[in-house]
Design a protein around this ligand. Structure first.
Ligand SMILES: [Zn+2]
Length: 117
């Protein structure tokens, strides 16, 4: 991948990082002690039974969503870090080049196909 392509990818990833952070901020608070960690806010709709039920349904859903968003966010950050360090496209595990086709399909791939299995 040449410099221009990497720059474009970084801009895309920056946008994605913002989107993911926005989504996370809607349902969770940043953990001030751990970077990249978010604590899901407990919803409070009221004290009625149906409100309590809805609270726990939404809390469960938000937990799952936050976990997914967090892992995506960390992956995006890691990818941007690799672009900055000039190691983008190299396998984290064995250091070999990840094939272009794989990167195209999955720009945030951190491992080559052999190591990912
Ligand atoms: Zn590898």
């Amino acid at each position: 991948m040449d410099k221009d392509q990497l720059k474009k990818l970084d801009v895309t990833l920056e946008q994605e990082e913002k989107n993911l952070t926005d989504q996370l901020n809607r349902i969770a608070n940043k953990n001030p002690l751990v970077k990249g960690d978010f604590e899901v806010r407990v919803p409070s709709y009221g004290d009625e039974d149906d409100e309590n039920t809805q609270e726990s349904v939404d809390l469960d859903r938000n937990f799952a969503m936050a976990q997914e968003l967090e892992s995506k966010l960390n992956s995006v950050r890691k990818t941007r870090e690799k672009i900055k360090m000039g190691t983008y496209g190299k396998c984290d595990n064995c250091g070999s080049e990840i094939p272009q086709e794989r990167l195209k399909a999955m720009p945030e791939a951190h491992k080559c196909i052999t190591c990912a299995i």
